[in-house]
Write a protein that binds this ligand. Structure first.
Ligand code: PRP
Length: 211
């Protein structure tokens, strides 16, 4: 039997995923050691490998088949636009992609004005404004703390993830429009799905029962 390899987005998603897998009898003792600097973890008995990667790299590993299965946020799947099968909504990591800004930006959105949009997700923002709203906007790519942009005058609005809403509240910003709901998804390499159908489908069915 060959190894099935999982690529997990580092952090909370990976922790939740390992918990979920444990509930269907797949575990990885090696991974529970908090001190380790190891990058790849092996379950010899069950023939699984696990590695942690930066979220945006997970769809890349899966597209090229370096991982058979990936777990990553829907935001990252949309933004990276890699080839794979999205097979499950895992239900955790729920949040929303939204257009946010100060109250007075509402008018600019309504009248389809040429506005500046700051975001970590230029593809999602472009799809939303150009293809869905048919509004021409100027998209400015940032790498984090995007809420700063409208406050310091870099942009009129932002396209960003809203979870509890507290970052917005504490900075005097509001959700103006919702782009799409988000959560953690399981993705599968297209060739692996065919070659390892029974094992992978078995995992999918068992996970489904736990959701
Ligand atoms: C995300 C997101 C918001 C915040 C939303 O940022 O970009 O800033 O969380 O969460 P809330 O609605 O619960 O306040 P993250 O912490 O991932 O860091 P970043 O600012 O570097 O993107």
């Amino acid at each position: 039997m060959r190894y099935l390899t999982f690529a997990l987005a580092k952090g909370r998603l990976a922790k939740n995923t390992m918990q979920l897998l444990k509930s269907i009898g797949i575990d990885c003792e090696e991974m529970e050691d908090k001190e380790t600097r190891k990058l790849i973890f092996v379950n010899e008995k069950q023939k699984f490998k696990f590695f942690l990667a930066k979220g945006p790299d997970v769809p890349t590993y899966v597209e090229y088949g370096a991982a058979d299965i990936g777990v990553v946020g829907k935001d990252t799947i949309l933004e990276e636009d890699r080839k794979s099968y999205e097979v499950l909504d895992l239900g955790f990591g729920r949040c929303r992609m939204c257009v946010c800004g100060p109250k007075d930006a509402e008018e600019l959105l309504k009248h389809h004005e040429m506005i500046k949009v700051a975001t970590k997700y230029p593809k999602i923002a472009r799809d939303y404004f150009y293809n869905k709203k048919h509004q021409t906007v100027d998209i400015i790519k940032l790498n984090g703390s995007v809420e700063l942009a409208p406050i310091v005058g870099l942009s009129d609005v932002i396209v960003d993830i809203v979870e509890t809403g507290s970052t917005l509240r504490e900075n005097g910003l509001f959700v103006l429009e919702e782009v799409c709901p988000l959560s953690a998804r399981m993705i599968v390499n297209r060739v692996s799905m065919r070659m390892e159908y029974e094992r992978i489908n078995g995992i999918i069915s068992q996970v489904k029962e736990k959701l």
